[in-house]
Design a binder for this molecule. Structure first.
Ligand code: C5P
Length: 316
């Protein structure tokens, strides 16, 4: 095969707790991550020159080394030089549907798809844990994007424990096109403002692992959408909402709509999501929010929880 097409789903954070400062400069996290139907399509092709090329339909997405998908291909070429020499270069086409810099792991899921696609192109036969480990060197969310579904994530966000899949919860996502939140800024600001409460804490991993016996994990195990929605949590809201009043307003508008089980910002934002029992309720609330906030800059999507990460849809 010289070409593979892959679906690269976005994720939302049902839970994000910042446990403390890690010695490597990152933050120890306790999260619950959920794959959603909103996805990019990634095509990977073998090409005869020994170069890596990235194309994207979205003008804001860089196509050079600053794109994580490019770095994923470069990592594979470095790790597997014989395969790179044998099969030649790689051309990567990204059909972007996931909003950029949105807290939805758009860049990370593209990188995960490139790892999976090149593994297939070069017939490397890597296992999922091997792909996740490679992904972890590119970014904290990449291992989850490879695996997908529903999972507890601790450490930098790269230590995964799968949970039973949630496949029947409907979601509305809201994102202002022109708003982007820098993830390093969000964590740095949180550390500056709230770091005193945990600065000298030890046993970070043990404290993060306490999430396993927490109320939201119980709700996920019970597949109880209403209870999950009551237990949504994101520490980064404490810094992002005050700095971005539009995001706070969107969250309040969601919270006031009938049928919304719960609402929260995803990751470092600025995307806000709301959970629903049915697609019909989600579609109705999307229309109501569109009427409540008359702003062409606001993008709204209806989607749902899904049970998979990167998926191959065709090969030629
Ligand atoms: O791992 P990734 O490159 O996606 O992380 C982006 C940024 O988010 C990091 O540079 C860091 O500033 C912040 N981060 C953090 N702690 C984590 C994950 C991310 O401080 N566990």
């Amino acid at each position: 095969m010289r070409s593979y097409s892959l679906i690269a789903p976005a994720k939302i954070n049902l839970y994000l707790e910042i446990i403390g400062n890690r010695p490597d400069g990152y933050h120890e996290l306790a999260m619950i991550l959920q794959s959603i139907g909103l996805a990019d399509q990634i095509d990977v092709h073998s090409i005869s020159t020994d170069s890596i090329r990235v194309h994207c339909n979205h003008p804001q997405v860089p196509t050079d080394k600053s794109n994580l998908a490019y770095r994923a291909a470069e990592l594979m070429a470095m790790q597997f030089p014989e395969a790179f020499a044998q099969y030649g270069g790689v051309e990567i086409s990204i059909n972007k549907q996931i909003p950029v810099a949105a807290g939805l792991a758009g860049g990370s899921t593209n990188a995960a798809a490139v790892l999976v696609g090149i593994d297939l192109l070069w017939k490397l036969g890597l296992t999922q844990p091997e792909l996740e480990e490679l992904g972890g060197t590119l970014g904290s969310d990449v291992p989850f994007c490879v695996a997908g579904g529903t999972a507890i994530a601790t450490g930098r966000g790269d230590q995964l424990s799968p949970l039973p899949s949630l496949d029947n919860i409907y979601i509305v996502l809201g994102k202002y096109r022109s708003l982007e939140v820098s993830t390093p800024w969000a964590y740095k600001t949180y550390r500056e403002q709230f770091g005193d409460s945990y600065r000298d804490s030890d046993n970070l991993a043990a404290r993060a692992n306490a999430v396993h016996s927490g109320a939201i994990v119980k709700a996920v195990l019970d597949k109880d959408a209403g209870e999950i929605a009551q237990k949504l949590h994101n520490d980064l809201e404490r810094v992002v909402l005050p700095a971005y009043p539009q995001v706070l307003q969107l969250r309040e508008v969601f919270a006031n709509q009938e049928g919304v089980l719960g609402t929260m910002m995803s990751g470092s934002g600025p995307t806000v999501f709301a959970l629903f029992e049915s697609q019909q309720q989600a579609e109705l609330v999307l229309l109501q929010v569109r009427e409540a906030i008359i702003d062409k800059d606001l993008e709204l999507f209806v989607t749902r929880t899904i049970t998979h990460g990167i998926k191959v849809v065709s090969s030629v």
